[in-house]
Ligand binder design. Structure first.
Ligand SMILES: *Cc1c(COP(=O)(O)O)cnc(C)c1O
Length: 456
């Protein structure tokens, strides 16, 4: 490695952190479908959305036209605390695989929330503060989003109420404690503090909760509390917009090095990190300036892209949120209990759904034991302990690099390493003890959930 021309890590200067987010929608010929009012089935107006979300974020949600949106100075200065994030050349992984492929990853785990979610949390908290709100409500599954939002709210002095899916609340007590360090109020969901929570508990006593259910509780509290709005950490157009900072930095760093990725890979839960990572590259692709192979990776146990349908669906279990047109498994889909690897949301970002439907990106699903094998190999050779979510992308980056080994092609691969896995040791423990199994839902099961999609 004495002769390496490309450094192991490439950082931009602080002064090169992007000053505007890139809005991919401006370059999409087919725009993502609008959110619909669940009662009237008409597109949600800014006024209607303003009852649930912060005003500036509503404007960003509906903006399909402005290519760049300036990042306010306060957010830029917060970004400077933990950005730019490094672009890493995975020399050690390449060597271990014996591949001629060149592998790069953009590492977003280098902040206390342990993930990319802080990029959007700080933006959402900023606009809530600017609007003079008292606080925000949200849901969290694995806990990274809740942690990121707690950090952002502490920074701006906002109250933060987090509904945490009960199974995670019980399995990850330390995540909850980190949120409380930052002053958040954390409630296991479903809870008896909301009408919808009580209803769900009555219908399913003993349920360990789901993201869809926690969303309904958080929205209910936001709508009923003076001076509160609801915020969401993925799926929405505005979140992909904020996450474009990942891709803009990655592309700027690669441009500096004079390299261009052939393949870009990201894990996909609700689609925010992937949407952010690919945005400037997809922009070039949409404008006909360059071409890239883009691959979304999802769990085989929650296969929204690969086995879902592209249709309007509810974003939550309680059906209080607007309807979104997306690749979905149905809003009451809950991945099997043995699924440990995150990325468990039933739907997918409307922006990515449209791009996928237009054939501009691919999707693959992977089984969790294979994901943890990749995670462990990565940890041992590259040092960083990856989050299970991120490890979906590692799995497919390894698979693509191994294909290059067979064909002798020297492809350049870029993937998103979204976060670290320190709070996921229960999942790693299951893997080590041979208790981790793979569960792939049958067509019959998926058909059952699909039958409950809204019909109109
Ligand atoms: C939340 C999360 C994801 C998945 O969310 P997306 O919106 O699909 O990016 C992936 N990795 C980590 C570490 C996360 O916290």
């Amino acid at each position: 490695m004495a002769e390496q021309k490309i450094p192991y890590k490439t950082y931009l200067d602080e002064s090169e952190i992007p000053t505007a987010w890139y809005n991919m929608r401006a370059d999409m010929k087919n725009k993502p479908a609008p959110l619909l009012n669940p009662g009237t089935h008409q597109p949600m107006t800014a006024e209607e959305l303003g009852g649930v979300f912060c005003a500036d974020l509503v404007a960003q949600e509906l903006d399909n036209d402005n290519r760049f949106i300036a990042i306010p100075e306060e957010i830029q200065s917060f970004y400077r605390m933990y950005r730019p994030s490094p672009l890493v050349r995975a020399y050690f992984l390449e060597k271990a695989l014996g591949t001629p492929a060149k592998i790069y990853y953009k590492f977003e785990g280098n902040n206390t929330s342990g993930s990319h979610k802080l990029n959007s949390a700080i933006a959402q908290a900023y606009y809530a503060k600017k609007q003079g709100l008292k606080g925000v409500t949200t849901e969290t599954g694995a806990g990274q989003w809740g942690t990121a939002l707690s950090m952002a709210c502490a920074y701006f002095g906002l109250d933060c109420k987090v509904f945490m899916v009960k199974v995670s609340y019980e399995q990850k007590p330390f995540r909850r404690e980190v949120m409380r360090v930052y002053g958040a109020d954390v409630t296991p969901s479903p809870s008896t503090t909301t009408e919808i929570g009580k209803k769900i508990l009555e219908a399913h006593p003993g349920t360990t909760g789901s993201l869809g259910c926690a969303i309904s509780e958080a929205v209910e509290v936001a709508v009923k509390s003076e001076g509160y709005r609801y915020v969401l950490g993925s799926v929405l157009n505005q979140v992909l917009l904020h996450q474009s900072v990942i891709g803009l930095e990655a592309k700027a760093a690669m441009d500096k090095l004079g390299v261009k990725p052939d393949i870009i890979i990201g894990c996909a839960g609700g689609g925010s990190n992937l949407g952010g990572l690919i945005s400037p590259f997809m922009g070039e692709k949409l404008r006909g300036e360059a071409d890239y192979r883009i691959i979304a990776v999802e769990p085989a146990s929650c296969p929204s892209f690969t086995r879902g349908v592209y249709a309007y669906d509810f974003c939550d279990t309680g059906m209080v949120c607007p309807l979104a047109k997306m690749y979905t498994l149905g809003s009451d889909f809950i991945p099997s209990a043995n699924h440990a690897g995150g990325l468990r949301y039933h739907g997918m970002s409307p922006v990515l759904s449209q791009l996928y439907d237009d054939g501009l990106m691919e999707a693959v699903s992977v089984e969790q034991t294979k994901v943890f094998e990749a995670a462990e190999m990565f940890a041992r050779v590259e040092g960083t302990l990856p989050a299970p979510e991120s490890s979906h992308a590692i799995r497919v980056a390894i698979d693509e690099a191994l294909k290059c080994k067979e064909t002798g092609e020297e492809k350049t691969i870029l993937f998103g390493l979204t976060g670290t896995g320190y709070f996921d040791m229960v999942a790693y423990e299951k893997f080590h003890d041979g208790q981790m199994t793979d569960y792939i839902p049958t067509d019959e099961e998926l058909a059952k959930y699909r039958a409950n999609l809204p019909k109109f």
